[in-house]
Design a protein around this ligand. Structure first.
Ligand SMILES: Cc1cc2nc3c(=O)[nH]c(=O)nc-3n(C[C@H](O)[C@H](O)[C@H](O)COP(=O)(O)OP(=O)(O)OC[C@H]3O[C@@H](n4cnc5c(N)ncnc54)[C@H](O)[C@@H]3O)c2cc1C
Length: 509
């Protein structure tokens, strides 16, 4: 009887789980190794005092059943069982003086609102909305196995290339400077998160307008839980609380991994869905880098890390917009290197699973690059660490309280996580929230999944595809497994049910 080939996957974030499902479907014996106590990586939420606080998911690309991304998600879990929410008012930007601007999902309505609010910016508004409209039906680079699909996608992309290129060349913050109106400029952001190319915002609005970027009720856990269940049903093995210390290499061929307790796990293929820097420079000791990857890790800019302030509010806030962006007249000091002039609150009143009836889970993400400060406090000065978390929480609550008709004593749960938490739970380089920033330098081109000179090894996830996000996990995972199948001379069967690991037919011995 043929032994099924074995794939070991490092990391059970979205990328690792998607790769595991695909590899099982193709008949591989699959083991996923996750250092944290549960899968999900950055795609996670946690519970405190009867509330669920979502860390990641604001929208999932591919929620529209007619979109090709939806079909890709369907290959790894039953996405049609999710319930998607599509808010009409996607975001509300509020100035310190109480003035506000609504960002609607519907493009016609959005254009009318922007023109009403800022007629002096008419020319730029029309140009911007035109760009969003043009990219509304622009496909992502195809992951399909069929050459006809890849050709169609390629041609569609080619037609839009000048627009894609020009929007990739300018940061969101710089693009925002084209507008006079301060609230409208607020849409494009400023500071760390606004250093990504404006194309990311244009695509986001295009997908929201198409009802292709809905919020799934249950958030990250609903998505991750469904993929995990599918993996179990297919017979894949997920081990949590186990940390990979080394990728074992013999004759420039990956042959397995070694855990930090010394356990050795052999494999025919090793796939790393873990942090890119750790994988290349620690688990492989920097022996297989090559010019392109060396250049990227020396010069590309990662997304910043973040603090996450969560509030359990004993109030029904459903009259408010679910995403409130506040422009501040006085900057918020996050840490000695970081001041923010705008912050966004998410009011999860649209997810009834997150809070008891009549109450609302509220979250606020505060970007920072000062990971060292938070890690040092967390490790060496726990008292000051707690005090600093409390200080930031108080500042955030003061802003929330000022702008939301809600007394402070309605806040019954306060939770703060920091970059030290991100590093501990996901091990992402610099505690980054999404891997590489999409910039003029990175463009939309992925980094190589294979390292030069190393056989039977693949990398997937947000460190391979600039811009990150859950789709990057799915797309890079699918591509990697397709490549593995091709090298092994077996069929890539994304739609098929898995055969028993002991009887997988068609696999070479
Ligand atoms: C605040 C925030 C909001 C976001 N909003 C959205 C959104 O609305 N939509 C969207 O699509 N995306 C969003 N993202 C981005 C998205 O969450 C990430 O890009 C995506 O989850 C990354 O998945 P990944 O599998 O590539 O990496 P990760 O999630 O980082 O997974 C890597 C896994 O590898 C494990 N690991 C690392 N080292 C080891 C080791 N040595 N041994 C074993 N295991 C290891 C880690 O513990 C982790 O579980 C958001 C992210 C943040 C932080």
């Amino acid at each position: 009887m043929n032994r099924p080939r074995k794939v070991v996957i490092i990391g059970a974030g979205i990328a690792g789980l998607c790769a595991a499902v695909h590899a099982r479907k193709c008949g591989y014996a699959v083991t996923v190794l996750e250092q944290h106590e549960r899968p999900g990586g950055l795609a996670t939420s946690w519970q405190r005092g009867g509330y669920t606080f979502e860390a990641c998911l604001h929208w999932l690309l591919g929620s529209n059943p007619h979109d090709s991304m939806h079909a890709l998600w369907r290959e790894v879990f039953d996405i049609d069982r999710l319930h998607f929410v599509y808010p009409e008012e996607w975001m509300r930007i509020e100035g310190a003086d109480g003035q506000h601007l609504s960002i609607y999902s519907d493009l016609e309505r959005l254009e009318a609102e922007l023109l009403r609010h800022a007629p002096q910016d008419e020319a730029q508004i029309r140009k911007f909305v035109h760009a969003v409209r043009s990219l509304s039906h622009c496909p992502l680079p195809s992951s399909s196995s069929a050459w006809q699909d890849r050709l169609t996608t390629g041609l569609q992309l080619l037609r839009r290339m000048p627009l894609l290129q020009s929007l990739s060349q300018v940061t969101s913050e710089d693009y925002g400077k084209r507008f006079d109106d301060p609230l409208l400029r607020g849409l494009f952001g400023e500071g760390e998160n606004a250093q990504l190319a404006v194309i990311a915002l244009v695509f986001a609005l295009a997908w929201v307008g198409n009802r292709n970027a809905g919020y799934p009720t249950g958030g990250s856990r609903a998505v991750i839980g469904a993929i995990e269940q599918n993996l179990q049903r297919l017979g894949g093995v997920l081990r949590t609380g186990v940390s990979v210390e080394r990728i074992l290499v013999e004759d420039d061929t990956a042959v397995g991994v070694q855990l930090d307790d010394g356990e050795r796990i052999d494999a025919d293929w090793v796939v790393s869905a873990a942090d890119g820097h750790t994988t290349i420079f620690d688990l492989l000791d920097g022996r297989y880098v090559g010019a392109r990857i060396d250049h990227a890790y020396r010069t590309y800019k990662p997304f910043p890390s973040f603090l996450h302030v969560s509030l359990g509010v004993a109030r029904d806030l459903s009259q408010k917009c679910g995403c409130m962006m506040h422009l501040l007249d006085k900057p918020l000091t996050v840490d000695p290197q970081t001041e923010l002039r705008q912050i966004a609150f998410r009011l999860f009143h649209y997810d009834p699973t997150f809070a008891p009836a009549g109450k609302t889970a509220v979250t606020c993400v505060l970007p920072t690059r000062n990971v060292a400060y938070w890690s040092r406090l967390s490790e060496f000065d726990p008292q000051q660490y707690e005090a600093e978390k409390q200080r930031v929480a108080n500042s955030v609550i003061a802003i929330f309280d000022e702008r939301t008709p809600c007394e402070r004593d309605a806040i019954e749960v306060i939770d703060v996580s920091t970059p030290a938490t991100v590093v501990r739970c996901t091990r992402n380089w610099h505690g980054s929230m999404e891997g590489w920033l999409l910039t003029a330098q990175t463009g939309l081109r992925p980094l190589p999944s294979m390292l030069p000179g190393l056989r039977r090894f693949m990398m997937i996830g947000q460190w391979v595809m600039p811009g990150g996000g859950l789709p990057s996990g799915l797309i890079t995972a699918r591509r990697a497994v397709r490549r593995i199948c091709r090298e092994d001379g077996i069929a890539f069967v994304p739609d098929e049910q898995t055969q028993s690991p002991h009887t997988a037919g068609g696999l070479p011995a």
